[in-house]
Design a protein around this ligand. Structure first.
Ligand code: SF4
Length: 494
């Protein structure tokens, strides 16, 4: 039973970050390392703010946690100091809470009753509690390899080793199937490895989880592009089912702004991947921002990742632009009400460190030098409207054009679905109008025995959705292979 007065005694307190001057000098996670006793005291206080609502909106539903995390249950266990049971209850619904605790924008917090109750001190710091449970679980040896005692004799190939693929693989291995995860890159993890900067999640967090999956029996193959190095005929001959977890990495380009063709204008991932490789020890990034005036177009997660990366690389200046107005959380201290908050423009840790943001502006043209390299951008104030057909329209608001230095421009304006790959052609996979992989209500694609999950199905989305879809597709594959399944299926295809 939760303390019904906990939120009256204590306000929400987020985890403290290291000083900005310190953290821009390294790639480590931005949060302060607390002594275990201090962390325990703080997190137990925060968990104690949970009211254990009769209807916990945080836990599920259209705006809460897609995984159905048992939030009030583990909040109360943490409040009482029972970390072992809290770890058990957290892992019951979430394969990788250390990923979501660090990377998820926490729709559960936006859905928390305390977030929408005036003068309640703010939403319960669910994400902070989740990360603490996950970290304590690893530190105290509470995370074990869970080896299946049965074998179905069935073989499953999972293509892609991001969070969706890993969740599907872990669930299916634990159900007794023989699972091989194929990753075309040289290291495992997909976006978690080469898309997410170290300052948001250190790769040791990923590596320890991969070690657990290996111990449980999941096999991994890197440097193999399925469809090319392993043909579809070979794939079909070797495996009884296939899960496509190939992500949605086709970056949206700017095809209309004059000057896009200039050298120095890149898609965001072209900057992030080599930067993350450099941190892994692969040598200097060929697209380092060092000494450059960097302009990032797009105000979302990927833009913020470029922002923090460029600052750490030693950019001369960093400017992030967005066509939308400044978010309410920056204009004043109020919390935007559920359910809008996690999906509007947010302020990220990187924005506290250096650089500048401009809102309600659009680039009118990129201006180059005689060598064809971008050197400036021309900006205009804009307003985003919907036209008569409901389509998004960007309307200029001023005659005035502002010209600013820019010798590296990063387009972080979203993703347009799965990349073109021979695998999908050879499997005869049908795509949706959004460029994602089409599937039925059982997650099966237009290719029999081939299933899809994560961003490849949903489009670029949150890590929590990737894990939820990975768990759900595992249930579907298990049923396909054996006729029934006890595996959980927290979400349905959209
Ligand atoms: Fe606790 Fe908030 Fe969930 Fe209610 S909605 S159970 S207060 S976390």
């Amino acid at each position: 039973m939760a303390d019904p007065h906990g939120f009256l005694k204590n306000d929400r307190a987020d985890a403290k970050k290291r000083p900005t001057t310190e953290r821009v000098e390294d790639w480590r996670e931005v949060y302060l390392d607390l002594e275990p006793e201090v962390r325990e005291k703080q997190v137990r206080t925060q968990a104690g703010r949970c009211m254990d609502c009769g209807i916990p909106f945080c836990h599920s539903g259209s705006a809460g946690c897609p995984l159905g995390n048992l939030i009030p249950e583990w909040n109360d266990l943490v409040r009482r100091g029972d970390w072992e049971l809290a770890s058990d209850r957290l892992h019951a619904t979430n394969n990788f809470p250390e990923f979501t605790g660090r990377l998820c924008p926490a729709p559960c917090e936006a859905a928390c009753v305390l977030a929408i109750t005036p003068d309640a001190g703010g939403a319960v710091a669910i994400k902070r509690v989740e990360q603490a449970i996950a970290d304590v679980s690893w530190e105290q040896g509470l995370v074990h390899a869970s080896q299946s005692t049965v074998s179905s004799g069935k073989k499953v190939a999972v293509v892609g080793s991001g969070p969706a693929g890993l969740a599907a693989a872990q669930q299916l291995t634990r159900a007794g199937h023989h699972v091989t995860v194929f990753e075309r890159d040289d290291r495992l993890g997909g976006l978690l490895r080469y898309g997410i900067p170290e300052f948001k999640m250190e790769k040791k967090v990923l590596d320890r989880r991969l070690a657990q999956l290996r111990k449980e029996g999941t096999k991994f193959v890197t440097g193999v592009e399925v469809g090319v190095d392993l043909t579809v005929d070979q794939l079909r001959a070797k495996f009884d089912a296939v899960v496509l977890a190939v992500g949605a990495l086709r970056g949206r380009d700017d095809t209309t702004t004059p000057g896009r063709e200039l050298a120095g204008v890149h898609l965001a991932m072209d900057h992030l991947v080599p930067a993350n490789r450099a941190v892994e020890g692969d040598g200097p990034s060929p697209l380092s921002a060092e000494g450059k005036h960097v302009v990032i177009i797009g105000g979302g997660d990927t833009g913020a990742d470029c922002y923090g990366t460029a600052v750490r690389e030693g950019a001369a200046s960093v400017l992030q632009l967005d066509q939308y107005p400044m978010p309410p959380s920056q204009r004043d201290d109020s919390r935007s009400p559920w359910p809008v908050w996690p999906w509007i423009l947010r302020t990220y840790a990187a924005h506290e460190e250096a650089g500048e943001r401009k809102f309600a502006v659009a680039v009118e043209r990129f201006i180059g030098d005689d060598d064809g390299h971008v050197r400036q951008i021309a900006l205009r104030k804009v307003r985003v409207e919907k036209d008569a057909e409901g389509r998004r329209a960007v309307v200029p608001m001023s005659e005035e054009v502002e010209v600013l230095p820019a010798d590296m421009v990063l387009l972080a304006i979203g993703f347009e679905g799965v990349e073109h790959m021979r695998l999908l052609d050879d499997l005869d996979i049908t795509l949706t109008r959004r460029g994602t992989i089409s599937c039925g209500s059982d997650w099966e694609t237009t290719a029999p025995g081939v299933f899809v999950c994560g961003d490849a199905h949903r489009g670029a989305s949150l890590v929590v959705w990737a894990i939820a879809e990975g768990r759900s597709v595992a249930n579907a594959v298990d049923r396909f292979l054996t006729g029934s399944s006890d595996l959980p299926s927290p979400v349905v295809p959209n």
